[in-house]
Design a protein around this ligand. Structure first.
Ligand SMILES: [Zn+2]
Ligand SMILES: [Zn+2]
Length: 229
């Protein structure tokens, strides 16, 4: 995972109002860690009613909520976990959501997420769907450490994304990993990305497939501790 702080915002202390955004010239920082990710096909998203323009916001919102809910499954805090979502990732060649351990080498959270994927993403989906807000709030899809200023976020479309994933995940939370491995679906570069495929990766075994943060101009600072999402 490579991240780079490219700018910072100045805000009024009393109101939080943004005064301006100023560029920064800082070196990229690299984190070798462990991630879990899921991919969807553009066709499955279209069939679920997610318009192309809403895909980035839908994935981003699902990613934030998934990070927020992972502490239900793993003994971690959302500040231990980072994330990245994109409508087209160069390694998976598909719309992808990554969730990664914020500690060098990983700390077991991503593996736990993978093993409990169905329960984890079900809880994530329900937390978004049952939140009473209109377009997303800190209780569901907004993140206090988002590297993109919580933009874009598409709340209702995030539910549709997670419905597609859950519909296509192997049944049985603990068996998901075994089933996926047995079917040979863990390789994200395999032809014909399956809908709702979910993959673990380790830095040693899948170094070439580790997520990269490429859209530097879009990425803004998360100066606090904890990996950005
Ligand atoms: Zn909400
Ligand atoms: Zn974010």
């Amino acid at each position: 995972m490579t991240s780079q702080v490219v700018s910072y915002q100045r805000r009024r202390i009393a109101t939080g109002e943004v005064i301006d955004t100023r560029p920064l010239d800082l070196p990229a920082r690299e984190l070798r860690t462990v991630a879990v990710w899921f991919t969807l096909s553009p066709g499955s998203l279209a069939r679920a009613g997610v318009e192309a323009a809403d895909v980035p916001g839908a994935l981003h919102a699902a990613e934030h909520a998934a990070i927020g809910l992972l502490p239900l499954m793993a003994t971690c805090d959302r500040w231990d976990i980072g994330g990245l979502s994109t409508a087209l990732h160069p390694d998976t060649e598909a719309p992808t959501v990554f969730v990664y351990d914020g500690h060098p080498g990983g700390a077991g959270f991503a593996e736990r997420a993978y093993r409990t994927a169905a329960a984890w993403l079900r809880a994530t989906r329900d937390a978004i769907a049952e939140c009473g807000c209109e377009t997303g709030c800190p209780s569901c899809v907004q993140s206090p450490k988002c590297g993109n200023g919580n933009n874009p976020l598409a709340k209702s479309e995030a539910v549709q994304v997670l419905d597609v994933v859950l519909t296509n995940l192997p049944a049985g939370p603990a068996d998901a990993a075994t089933a996926a491995t047995a079917d040979g679906k863990v390789d994200p570069t395999a032809a014909g990305t399956a809908d709702g495929e979910i993959d673990p990766a380790c830095g040693a075994g899948h170094a070439g497939a580790l997520p990269r943060q490429d859209h530097r101009t879009a990425r803004r600072s998360t100066a606090g501790s904890g990996p950005p999402d």
